[in-house]
Design a binder for this molecule. Structure first.
Ligand code: NAD
Ligand code: UDX
Length: 465
């Protein structure tokens, strides 16, 4: 098909974890649209154009290979993309600011602003500009000012369309979303643009699942969704601490409260803490906004969710230290899993980073195993002092170890031959199951001292007298 025969040209700026998978799904579902994904990073674009895609996501490869070169294109020619596009999704990174005013909390909007300026400079026709990146509420106001900052006749209509996909399930989340959210201005041009975006999604999403709101509600809802999800995790992690003191079992508590339909069962898995590029960043962004608007009590309320998360990681390490007779010097700890969750190689803000650094500060010898995240793990721990190894084979990782610390619940860890692992370890051999993945009774019967999270210990010391 030549460009002229495509019904619409869609551009996405930012070929990352969001831009790549979302545009792949749109291209698969809308064969009459030309979808182009651009990025400033040549290596990233080269990888999207190769057999080895830059991110690991179940179901992604086959969908990319199905449409790449037909109606899905990856390129670094951003200007050409802008000129051709009818709709421009902006999916650049919006990390936490590390400098100046708001450092450590506010969003760093430099990448968003840069692309807005480029769009303004290059565009020769009217465009719909869609905020796909997660941004602070009222960011559209700033975008609007930048895009309309000269007397050019080009009209830019800004829509907010936050992305709710989770990594590891990105394709399913895109193909069968709970909802799609589109925020627009309540003006004739705003509503017209909104309807065009609704039309894209209703190629496969039932219309009743496409929610339309004003711009500010849409922008804020994204931060709030992540804050609520993360809050549930911190809540249940706080309860895990009580369980460990009282012989209650956090999984039983989760099940019992999750049956209440008002509470619901999801996001109640206690663990070593939440990770990923979004939760911490987006809550801190909301905390910053609250402070900016003088809502200090509201800011403190949400800041506590992040504090509880840090406490959860710290508590996990302290438990290892306490159990291994208060010294880890020279002891080998096999860390099972480094990705921030299973089914992704992404390690951004992964609890494993904090946990490994703490173990290394205690002078432990850390051996990390992960099926997809070892490259990123090595980058994350580059320059950190101490004995650290990376080992793809979980059996080798455990050889001679005093303990296994399970940090990411990869399915493959469930099916290992733990008798073989136990036999190869130093004794007494301990397992700290930071995600309650394993069969604790079976491990105990093999001979392990087992320390599940938020549950009674199963160790052999209690029976020694
Ligand atoms: P990412 O870092 O993986 O990708 C962002 C890409 O944008 C990078 O490849 C970068 O090179 C590119 N980029 C930056 N400035 C550019 C410019 N001026 N021109 C062209 N390309 C440019 O980030 P991500 O995880 O895809 O997240 C993107 C946005 O989506 C963020 O705002 C994030 O908060 C939000 N989000 C992420 C997730 C997730 O699960 N990762 C989920 C929902 C929302
Ligand atoms: C999250 C949101 O779920 C998604 O809607 C948003 O678009 C981006 O941020 P993501 O970070 O990719 O997605 O993964 P998610 O499944 O939410 O897990 C985040 C972290 O929470 C992981 O570290 C996970 O291990 C942890 N988690 C999740 C728990 O500790 N317990 C739970 O019950 C659920």
């Amino acid at each position: 098909m030549s460009d002229q025969t495509f019904k619409k040209n869609i551009l996405c700026v930012g070929a990352g974890y969001v831009g790549g998978p979302t545009m792949t799904v749109i291209a698969n579902k809308c064969p009459e649209y030309k979808v182009t994904v651009v990025d400033i990073s040549q290596p990233r674009i080269d990888a999207w154009n190769s057999d080895e895609l830059p991110i690991y996501e179940p179901g992604l490869d086959e969908r990319v290979f199905n449409v790449r070169g037909k109606n899905l294109f990856f390129s670094t020619d951003i200007n050409k993309g802008i000129k051709e596009a009818d709709i421009i999704f902006v999916s650049v990174n919006t990390p936490t600011k590390t400098f100046g005013e708001g450092a450590g909390k506010a969003s760093d909007l430099q990448y968003l602003e840069k692309i807005a300026r480029q769009i303004k400079e290059v565009a020769e026709s009217d465009k719909i500009v869609v905020e796909k990146s997660t941004i602070p509420v009222r960011a559209a106001e700033a975008l609007e000012r930048i895009l309309h900052s000269d007397d050019s006749k080009t009209h830019f209509e800004i829509l907010s369309n936050p992305e709710f996909l989770a990594e590891g399930t990105a394709i399913d989340d895109m193909e069968a979303p709970d909802r799609v959210l589109i925020g627009s201005k309540d003006t004739p041009s705003g509503l017209k643009a909104r309807d065009q975006l609704v039309e894209v999604y209703t190629h496969w999403v039932p219309r009743e699942r496409v929610i339309t709101t004003n711009l500010w509600s849409s922008e804020l809802s994204k931060l709030v969704a992540n804050a609520f999800l993360a809050q549930r995790i911190s809540s249940i992690n706080s309860i895990a601490a009580i369980c460990e003191m009282t012989q209650a079992d956090v999984q039983e508590v989760s099940r019992a409260i999750g049956k209440d339909t008002r509470i619901g069962a999801k996001f109640l898995n206690a663990g070593v803490g939440f990770g990923g590029s979004c939760f911490r960043k987006d809550i801190l962004n909301m905390v910053y906004l609250c402070e900016f608007y003088g809502l200090h009590d509201v800011a403190q309320f949400w800041a506590q969710v992040v504090k509880m998360n840090e406490y959860s990681m710290d508590r996990f390490v302290k438990r290892i230290l306490r159990t291994l007779f208060n010294t880890l010097v020279g002891k080998k700890i096999a860390v099972y899993g480094f990705a921030f969750k299973p089914d992704t190689g992404d390690t951004r803000d992964a609890p494993a980073i904090t946990i490994c650094k703490s173990l290394l500060r205690e002078k432990a010898h850390v051996c990390i195993t992960d099926p997809h995240a070892l490259k990123n793990a090595a980058l994350d721990l580059e320059g950190v002092e101490g004995a650290v190894e990376y080992e793809l084979d979980p059996y080798k990782a455990a050889e001679g170890a005093h303990a296994i610390a399970l940090v990411t619940e990869w399915k493959q860890f469930k099916d290992l031959d733990y008798k073989r692992i136990f036999d190869s370890m130093s004794k007494p051999a301990s397992i700290f199951d930071g995600r309650n993945l394993l069969d604790h009774k079976a491990l105990y019967d093999i001979g392990f001292n087992v320390y599940p999270l938020g549950k009674p210990d199963l160790d052999h010391f209690q029976n020694e007298d």
